[in-house]
Design a protein. Structure first.
Length: 395
């Protein structure tokens, strides 16, 4: 999950359960405000490990270390203790009122846990048990950048701020609606660039839903009677419902993938159903076999076809025939690290003049007609069998 969404989710938790004040207003520091900021920082903190990737010259640092120590449930208490102690120290130095150390410890623990949970819910893989285990685990419920989830955790905070006072309501509500409508259009544009365009009807429906969310609570004044905390708790409830819907959709998609593999009589090494944008209805079924990977793109609105009269559509990505270069590349330390990370790798090789190019591509990640798939690792051998270059494919 992207760091911005992690921070927004942490802010929602702080406001809903730790009496946090509105972060969008410029108020002096209070214990409640410090609590809300702590929840946000705790939810962002685990991505601090990306600094290791920025400073390291090892191109595989992201695979080796991202989502390891700072994303570990084993290490969570230690990081929460350190952050709580640091916050108390800064608060004393600046004479800020702040929650007690025990409360800060709880806030940071919950914030870090929310980050670990959301990353675990994606398909990238999280080393939950570092340092006890280096195994990457994933739940495959959420796409790594989920605009819907971001909206679910962000919108309630704006609505809560909007209905704290009646001053200039029409103007503020209109500004929020216009701002979020523009964001919806931008999200649709980005998804179109990624070759997963939403329909115009879907974008218009989102704009109508936004208008209802910002303006409808003013009818009869009930929006003003709901407390700031309860608005944010309603947002947290919506977040839980969304995760539940994702889990249900994932179960349905996995059932289809398992049925597909059984009907085709495929020798399964591993299989999975991975989320695709733009909604919870779109999934990518992948089945790794001894000789390649099958892919089934699914829309859960469509009934699963049955019988030979209505076969399911799929693509097959075969591994290249084995040769000495492919065998040698698989023994390289860097490639072994890559294959430890990859879940649905496809092995390819080709001749380019006197050179032999070997490529490893993890089909877990989106592929585009205009650019190489992310996390494609390439090894180039010379005519004498020597390694000329190796690293990520960039062109």
């Amino acid at each position: 999950m992207d760091t911005i969404t992690h921070g927004i989710a942490g802010a929602l938790i702080g406001k809903a359960f730790f009496d946090g004040e509105d972060l969008f207003t410029r108020k002096p520091a209070t214990a409640r405000r410090v609590a809300s900021i702590a929840a946000t920082l705790g939810a962002i903190f685990p991505d601090a490990d990306i600094i290791h990737d920025v400073l390291s010259r090892d191109p595989l640092t992201l695979l080796k270390w991202h989502r390891s120590w700072t994303h570990s449930v084993v290490m969570l208490p230690a990081f929460a203790l350190a952050l709580a102690a640091l916050t108390r120290y800064v608060a004393r130095k600046r004479s800020w009122p702040s929650p007690s150390f025990a409360v800060l410890l709880l806030i940071y623990g919950v914030g870090i846990a929310s980050h670990i949970f959301l990353d675990y819910a994606t398909s990238f893989g999280t080393m939950l048990w570092t340092p006890l285990s280096r195994a990457r685990e994933q739940w495959d419920l959420l796409f790594i950048i989920d605009f819907t989830l971001t909206a679910v955790v962000l919108l309630p905070q704006f609505v809560a701020a909007l209905y704290r006072a009646r001053d200039a309501f029409p103007r503020r509500a209109l500004q929020m609606w216009l701002g979020f409508s523009i964001c919806a259009g931008l999200a649709a544009w980005l998804q179109t660039l990624a070759e997963f365009p939403p329909s115009l009807a879907a974008v218009l429906l989102v704009m109508v839903a936004l208008a209802a969310l910002f303006f409808a609570p003013a009818v009869g004044g009930w929006g003003y009677r709901a407390s700031f905390k309860n608005w944010n708790r309603a947002g947290f409830a919506a977040f839980v419902v969304y995760i539940g819907m994702a889990a249900f959709a994932h179960h349905s998609a996995m059932t289809r993938v398992e049925t597909f593999a059984a009907e085709k009589g495929i020798g399964v090494e591993t299989l999975g159903a991975l989320p695709l944008p733009p909604s919870l209805l779109h999934w990518d079924g992948l089945v790794r076999t001894p000789r390649g990977v099958y892919e089934v793109r699914m829309n859960l609105r469509d009934p699963y076809p049955s019988g030979l009269q209505d076969p399911i559509e799929y693509r097959y990505y075969p591994d290249a025939p084995p040769n000495e270069f492919l065998a040698a590349a698989r023994q390289l330390p860097t490639v072994r690290t890559y294959l430890w990370f990859a879940r649905f790798p496809v092995y390819r090789w080709r001749k380019e003049g006197d050179n032999t190019v070997v490529e490893f591509n993890d089909l877990r990640f989106l592929r585009s007609r205009r650019r190489p798939s992310p996390f494609t690792y390439r090894v180039v051998y010379g005519a004498q069998g020597n390694v000329l270059s190796q690293g990520w494919a960039k062109e």
